[in-house]
Design a protein around this ligand. Structure first.
Ligand code: DGL
Length: 269
């Protein structure tokens, strides 16, 4: 079992930020990624739809024989909270690892959370932070346009459109003098430079992809499921929409090109 791949899924490309971190934390693990690019975004959909999609995504990964499932999607992790109990393998979403890191990071007890509309409406990060520390004040803001910016390649901190949207969403949090900001959607680390430039270097950004990769490594280690291989692991990507679009945009997330490692899969067949 320990030599089986780790399964990671997201509504689209955002989960690749977690893949990138996981390959750094556990370079010898094989990874199978599923991006539901035909049905992205999840963040504007109803709870029942998000739960159904998440179950289908996880089932696909299980059909590939993965030893662990990671929901590298803030929306799924916030809304499909029963998923862990349904799976026969270890599971983590992004909410608990990321909230835990934010509680550790804040110095003034003022933490911001940004995510999709579904994530912010669920209050998932806020509830988890307050469960761990009732002394922290949490400010939330949904930023749905960030997902579209990233999926369409508008990611530069110097891009006027990016700057404008960042300022529009984050001005209230800047006024509240937060010192820690949770990037509660896996798409958002891609525009971390623009966010940091606007909020200033004294605000610590918590990257849900990074924290979740570290958390997953810890689970695998505790359960004796880490690979014993000494050679670099492979990564295969499955997407529900065209592979060409995925190849083009994946480079932004991974910082390298992907070519033959991408396949199309239709979850409805
Ligand atoms: N990756 C998703 C998340 O972390 C955002 C995109 C979506 O709305 O599906 O919430």
């Amino acid at each position: 079992m320990s030599e089986n791949a780790i399964g990671i899924f997201d509504s689209g490309l955002g989960g690749l930020t977690a893949v990138k971190q996981l390959t750094q934390v556990l370079p010898n693990e094989n990874i199978i990624y599923f991006g539901d690019t035909a049905r992205v975004p999840y963040g504007t959909r109803s709870r029942s739809t998000i739960v159904k999609y998440a179950e289908q995504d996880a089932d696909f990964l299980l059909s590939q024989g993965v030893k662990m499932v990671i929901a590298a999607c803030g929306t799924v992790s916030s809304v499909a909270t029963g998923l862990a109990d349904e799976l026969p393998v270890p599971f983590t979403g992004v909410v608990i690892p990321t909230a835990t890191a934010a509680v550790r990071a804040t110095r003034n007890g003022r933490v911001g959370v940004i995510g999709t509309s579904a994530t912010v409406q669920s209050g998932s990060y806020k509830k988890e932070i307050l469960r761990q520390s009732c002394d922290i004040t949490v400010y939330q803001q949904d930023c749905p346009l960030f997902v579209s910016l990233v999926e369409n390649g508008f990611v530069s901190a110097d891009d006027d459109i990016v700057k404008l949207v960042v300022e529009r969403y984050l001005a209230p949090m800047k006024k509240q003098k937060i010192d820690t900001l949770i990037l509660g959607c896996t798409h958002f680390p891609i525009i971390a430079d623009a966010i940091s430039q606007y909020l200033g270097e004294n605000v610590t950004l918590i990257d849900s992809g990074r924290e979740t990769a570290l958390w997953a490594a810890d689970i695998l280690q505790k359960q004796g499921l880490l690979s014993r291989s000494n050679t670099p692991g492979s990564c295969h990507y499955y997407v529900s929409d065209t592979v060409d679009d995925f190849r083009r945009t994946a480079e932004i997330f991974l910082g390298r090109t992907v070519a033959r490692e991408v396949s199309h899969i239709d979850l409805n067949t």
